[in-house]
Design a protein around this ligand. Structure first.
Ligand SMILES: Cc1cc2nc3c(=O)[nH]c(=O)nc-3n(C[C@H](O)[C@H](O)[C@H](O)COP(=O)(O)OP(=O)(O)OC[C@H]3O[C@@H](n4cnc5c(N)ncnc54)[C@H](O)[C@@H]3O)c2cc1C
Length: 525
């Protein structure tokens, strides 16, 4: 059972039960955007509550390409302002969460002298835009060096490559660390709490929301001075609650990734293919001892928390990767497939393609003061938070409080990471976790994924994991790294969780049923 000194969701829920509390800011949505806003607000001293209907980062924020990047593609599109903003944020995040953000080298193979010139100059510009916050200099490398670094690459017409630096991270672990930072700075961030309606005062202005604790099915009335809609691809649902009939603001685009064994791409450098047959870029990024390959850009009509990769997206990634990898991957080699939905600001022109829509963020304020945020990137979550809280202060005539997140260390902050350590992503928490592991070392639940029973207990007691999926998808990344292996260890994980949470056999059976269904969606037949 859970001891007193550890993070207890029930105690946090109690804070909803105090009718006299009026929150300064209520944030709806516990993805990168909402967490960034709630941390900014908390750090400025505002009484802040964040509610997430599912788990933190259940939506798009656990399904990214895992890059903290300035965006070479946006540079090619001429969006210098976005590249500058993202490059600064990349540098700040690298300093504030050094346990999660790696300096990753990328290689762009070039097949013509024009491409060589374009990418050498372009990437030098990329370095310059980042200024002091750049991670490392870009350099041109010869054909021989390119082949040494990318042994599987097609050599016909190869002129060489350009190496550049960007950041690489673990998205759902960062989301969790942001939630922990919110708690540590005095705010409340709750998973499995859903906003079901918005409340207005006699003047027709928003003054709170009705929220449902999805676990207990209990409803609470929450009073708040400002309400933020940071629900990603679901922003229009909240806008409808504010004003039925509101125009559509978001346009949804799906991106798919395949995870493969690193033997297909055994390089320490990531690969960036700058122009695929559909005119996008494709990445192959080393991640937790595997390689993540993606992504696509497919318009989608209906938003879902569990989007499904299309066959044509899977085929496209496999075919494109085959031209660059040492072994040509087949469907049966895919360890996991995952899809995410980009919440893009709806285009002004009806015929604009989703890949052409700017990734910069946009804030919209309704007549009743619902603050909605659209678009953006994981990389710029901090700046999005700062912009939103500045806007709330301005619109509601609050005294300006200085933003405080640019140099705020994020929970787990730890320098000089040993990236070979299987527990590196726990940062400063790794020492405590390691103490719990001592004596039982070697008894992995999964030798391949380096998952230990102590991590399951840790996820429940310190990281607010409530379901089997929370542990296997977002506290550890088992589901995304090897879906079959996650299925194999699920029964043991469920038993450990049940013991720690004080749950019965019925709970174990329900969790296993749900997780088995989910994992099947990540496996290619
Ligand atoms: C394929 C792909 C690859 C990407 N790669 C990168 C990358 O490498 N680097 C990068 O910087 N960016 C990347 N991005 C962009 C980045 O991932 C997104 O911009 C970001 O995750 C969006 O976060 P969000 O918080 O706005 O949305 P989400 O993460 O979807 O969060 C919204 C949350 O709101 C919750 N919610 C909805 N309704 C309610 C309600 N009524 N009550 C309570 N909660 C509610 C949802 O459950 C959800 O968790 C990528 C995006 C995609 C799709």
């Amino acid at each position: 059972m859970i001891a007193d000194n550890i993070l207890d969701r029930a105690k946090q829920i109690e804070r909803l039960n105090q009718p006299v509390v009026e929150w300064d800011i209520l944030v709806i949505g516990g993805g990168a955007t909402g967490l960034g806003i709630a941390l900014d607000a908390t750090a400025r001293g505002y009484k802040t509550l964040l509610v997430e209907q599912s788990d933190f980062a259940k939506g798009t924020s656990s399904r990214s390409t895992k890059l903290v990047h300035g965006g070479v593609r946006y540079l090619a599109q001429g969006d210098i302002r976005l590249v500058r903003e993202a490059s600064i944020e990349r540098g700040l995040l690298y300093r504030n969460a050094p346990h999660l953000i790696k300096d990753q080298t990328f290689i762009v193979p070039v097949y013509s002298l024009w491409a060589r010139l374009k990418y050498t100059i372009g990437l030098k510009l990329y370095d310059r835009i980042a200024g002091k916050l750049r991670l490392g200099p870009s350099v041109f490398i010869s054909k021989k060096e390119t082949i040494e670094k990318l042994p599987g690459i097609k050599t016909n017409g190869l002129k060489g490559g350009v190496i550049y630096h960007d950041g690489q991270f673990d998205d759902s672990r960062l989301a969790l660390n942001l939630a922990q930072s919110i708690w540590e700075n005095g705010g409340v961030a709750l998973n499995y709490v859903q906003v079901t309606s918005l409340l207005k005062n006699s003047m027709g202005m928003l003054c709170g929301a009705t929220v449902l604790d999805v676990e207990s099915k209990k409803t609470y009335t929450v009073k708040a001075k400002a309400i933020v809609n940071a629900t990603g691809v679901f922003v229009d649902d909240i806008l409808q609650m504010d004003k039925p009939g509101s125009a559509k603001t978001v346009c949804v685009s799906q991106g798919v990734h395949l995870v493969l064994d690193k033997s297909f791409y055994p390089s320490v450098d990531a690969l960036m293919i700058p122009e695929t047959s559909d005119g996008r870029v494709l990445f192959a990024v080393p991640w937790h001892d595997k390689v993540v390959v993606g992504t696509t850009d497919t318009p989608v009509e209906i938003a879902s928390l569990e989007p499904k990769a299309l066959e044509k997206e899977i085929d496209f990634i496999l075919e494109t990767a085959a031209a660059y990898f040492i072994k040509k991957p087949k469907r049966s080699d895919v360890l996991s497939v995952f899809a995410g939905l980009r919440p893009l600001a709806a285009p002004q022109k009806a015929d604009q393609k989703t890949k052409e829509i700017s990734r910069s963020h946009k804030i919209v304020v309704s007549a009743s003061h619902l603050f909605t945020i659209l678009g953006g990137k994981w990389t710029t979550y901090r700046k999005m938070g700062e912009d939103m809280v500045n806007r709330i202060e301005k619109e509601l005539n609050w005294k300006h409080q200085l933003p405080a997140t640019a140099y705020l260390h994020i929970h787990g902050y730890y320098k000089n990471e040993n990236w070979q350590d299987p527990f590196y992503f726990y940062g400063s928490d790794a020492t405590l976790l390691q103490q719990q592991i001592n004596g039982t070392a070697g008894q992995w639940l999964s030798e391949e994924l380096k998952i230990h029973p102590a991590q399951i207990v840790w996820a429940v007691e310190h990281e607010m994991a409530r379901t089997l999926e929370d542990v296997l998808s977002r506290r550890t990344r088992a589901l995304l790294l090897n879906a079959r292996e996650s299925l194999r260890i699920a029964p043991e994980v469920a038993v450990i969780m049940a013991k720690t949470l004080g749950k019965d056999d019925q709970w174990i059976n329900d969790q296993l049923k749900k997780f088995n269904w989910l994992a099947e969606q990540y496996i290619l037949k």
